[in-house]
Design a protein around this ligand. Structure first.
Ligand code: GYE
Length: 335
């Protein structure tokens, strides 16, 4: 019988049998394809989409990339509540997703839920923000890699730009992000790494605007009442808060101070609204922090599920924009 099969000829109605077999093979092949094509289910634990222009662009980059890469994205937004975020990560573990992407609202308190993820053999990728594990858990690879920006470097280049612009003499108001958030901690530290080298540069006030324009505007109005023209510059940990400082200065007409001229303004992120303020010289410098992490992080997650390993940290490339190069860069801005 084997011979005939090879020739494709056999007793009785050879065509149907052969077709039948092809059909079986075809079905098997399709079945394999169906098995192979099962989309990965990846859980994405976001800190708080409502907090800033940056975060909105970041969330969108994940949704868009998941569509393109055919990934079933289980999206959870903690609304800025860290305890809720930990519960949401546990829910993703209970849901047995294939992998988890975490953008941590705060840096600490992740040990137990990440130990649970490890026990469940669910790889975790840190997106945008790093976390601080307890010493006894640091060697246990509770996360595969951290993909984001070097926030300390961002603080340093912001201070270096200001030191150059002011010849190392400046009274600075710092507007910080929330307590416990990695970018706040590291940008603040990076900024001080540099200004502490200049005796003429001092942070005369440092308050939290929690990434939001309205909160930054309110606290800046109070600081203007207290310090007024004694303020040389504002270092805001993100663009939304830098814009809040600009609005406060413009609203304080009785002081006759101009943002970008009498008071220098430096922000971090490089979002479109920040750029528009840079182009019309109401902001002087922006340190870019790229929010478009969706595609690279989800691709890495897929590769990790395919057995590939990655270095523990992967930094995005960030640049500094000033009034001198903003106009030429504006058209190519994607966020
Ligand atoms: O700078 C801020 C956002 O984690 C880098 O979070 C991010 C920061 C960003 O809300 O605008």
């Amino acid at each position: 019988m084997i011979a005939h099969h090879q020739t494709g000829r056999s007793a009785g109605n050879p065509t149907w049998t052969h077709l039948g077999r092809c059909l079986v093979v075809l079905l098997l092949l399709c079945a394999c394809d169906w098995i192979e094509a099962k989309p990965h289910t990846i859980g994405f634990s976001q800190s708080d989409t409502s907090e800033s222009d940056w975060r909105r662009a970041n969330t969108k980059s994940f949704r868009d990339a998941a569509k393109v890469l055919g990934i079933d994205l289980v999206f959870k937004d903690a609304g800025g509540k860290t305890e809720m975020q930990r519960r949401q990560v546990q829910e993703l573990i209970d849901q047995k997703v294939d992998a988890i992407v975490l953008s941590a609202n705060e840096i600490s308190g992740w040990d137990s839920v990440l130990l649970n993820a490890k026990k469940a053999k669910i790889p975790v990728i840190l997106s945008d923000r790093t976390i601080a594990l307890r010493p006894e858990n640091q060697g246990k690879s509770l996360f595969v890699t951290w993909i984001g920006s070097d926030f300390r470097y961002e603080g340093r280049v912001a201070a270096a730009w200001l030191a150059q612009e002011t010849a190392g003499r400046c009274n600075i108001v710092e507007i910080q992000g929330p307590t416990g958030a990695a970018p706040s901690i590291d940008r603040g530290q990076g900024f001080r790494d540099v200004i502490d080298l200049f005796p003429g540069m001092k942070v005369i006030a440092s308050q939290r605007g929690n990434w939001r324009t309205d909160q930054a505007k309110d606290l800046m109005k109070v600081l203007l009442r207290n310090e007024g023209a004694n303020i040389c510059a504002v270092f805001a940990h993100n663009d939304n808060m830098a814009i809040g400082a600009v609005q406060a200065i413009e609203d304080s007409k009785h002081l006759g101070l101009k943002p970008g001229k009498d008071i220098l303004i430096i922000g971090v992120d490089g979002v479109k609204r920040g750029f528009e303020h840079l182009v019309d010289k109401r902001i002087n410098a922006l340190v870019e922090c790229n929010p478009l992490l969706g595609r690279i992080v989800l691709k890495v997650a897929t590769e990790v599920l395919g057995g590939r390993s990655f270095p523990p940290v992967m930094f995005m490339e960030d640049r500094v924009f000033t009034v001198h190069n903003a106009l030429s860069a504006l058209p190519s801005r994607k966020y």
